[in-house]
Design a protein around this ligand. Sequence first.
Ligand code: FDA
Length: 511
Amino acid sequence: ACSSAQNKRDFVECLTIQFQSSNSAPVGIIYTPRNASYASLLLSYNRRPTSTSPERPQLIITPFHESEIQAAIYCSRKLGLQIRVRSGGHDYEGLSYTSENPFVTVDMRNIRLVLIDNDEKTAWVQVGATLGELYHTLARNSKTLAFTAGVCPPVGVGGHFSGGGYGMMSRKHALAADNIIDAKLINANGQVLDRKSMGEDLFWAIRGGGGTSFGIVLAFKVKLVTVPEIVTVFNVSRTLEQNATQLVHRWQYIADKVDENLLLRLFLRSVRSAIHGNRTIQAYFTTLFLGRVPDLLPLMQDSFPELGLVEQDCIEMSWIESTLFFAGFRNESLDVLLIRTPQIIIYFKGKSDYVTQPIPVQGLRGIWRFLNEEVENNAELQFSPYGGVLNTFSESETPFPHRAGNIFMIHSSVQWTRGGTAEYERHMNWIRRLYSYMGRYVSRSPRAAYFNYRDLDIGRNAGRNTSYEQANVWGFKYFKNNFKRLVRVKSMVDPSNFFRNEQSVPPLSLS
Ligand code: FDA
């Protein structure tokens, strides 16, 4: 405790000297656990489901200017205290604000401008912006210039874009990372680089390989996408009694092949039947169509008549209204997109898988048994379709390798509200057993995983001196052969492994 207090004092002193020398005022940007706002700054959607209590940051720094980040990097180097970067704080394993080692968190929430260039159809988006803030700014600017990224408004641009970024337009416009055309980043030496000065290798790495291993990203420049003034959405649910098993089975044969303007996402959960009161499985089809109802209905009739979609199921709206719709808001003003603080705080564990061959009916029935084991509505599987434009990228074009050949991605998750080891063990055990069961139905060699759904169960670094072989256990799953290039880039730009965490790319020199 004494040395940690000393660490903190030294760090604050070092920062103060640095700030003075750069003429910036450090007022209100350094928070220790004694500050009243420290706890609220740390609030995140996901309370860490851990039995081992990792450390909280000794300090949280909320810079407004890049010079303050440079100062933090300098002091971290000088004092040997690790840095973690946090943009939206939605990391599945909390790696932006927890660690097993003493550390400080640089929280980017004050660096969040969105600057749109209508002529170029591009935008510079600072990393501390949330997806909701980005969508809100785009909607105020135009009805038809939009961006392709995830569905949850408080997710941060920094982690989301650098790790991929899948959303309801990804079959038409690919991932957030696929649309990045420039970036600003501070490297381990404190230099501010753009695409030209960082070079194409580093620029490649931060478009899907995660920013965190390579530097602190300040902003991304992205290509905006053009959407129709009116789009169509629908949510249609079917229970087992309404033929859900056959529908889900059939969905696997069309989801990646239908018109790329159509993204039919599927959520599976166990619910209580309104008819007989027993538990049943609900298949919830949630869809965005980049077009109007008269064009959607014949498409659905051709490709998925079994669902029985009718005009009354469909709602026409603007693209920005669809972002509210998929985030679960009904009739609220657009300003709900600006809410940064988590509305619910839960314990949560998620995992991902990729499916290259349809899961047989018998396999689906096995999944239903798992879902029925968990408390009603606590557990969920999301099936997110691939195909469309995602197939047109080669596996190595960006570090994100999950391209042609994948029908859909599975996201399985469980959440709970009561703390304590017994609860933790029970839910973690459930999701690990489900993962083990799913092994026979999903991709192999590697059993691929999505980096933005970070999962420390698939492997973790052993410490500062993690070898390539150790890291390759998880790295190959997230990045396939791209992991080798990520390691080469890391070795070039951060050979001393200054930026590191439990799943950061290690430099070769250390292995
Ligand atoms: P956070 O700030 O925790 O950062 C995540 C990681 O990126 C950490 O390792 C951090 O150090 C690093 N990092 C953050 N900012 C950085 C910066 N400026 N420079 C360098 N490194 C930086 N995904 C998806 O594809 N589609 C979706 O629809 C959703 N939806 C969704 C909903 C909810 C409720 C959650 C919790 C998560 C998602 N995700 C998702 C996953 C999400 O994309 C993923 O967790 C992102 O990494 C979150 O980015 P944040 O900036 O919010 O997290």
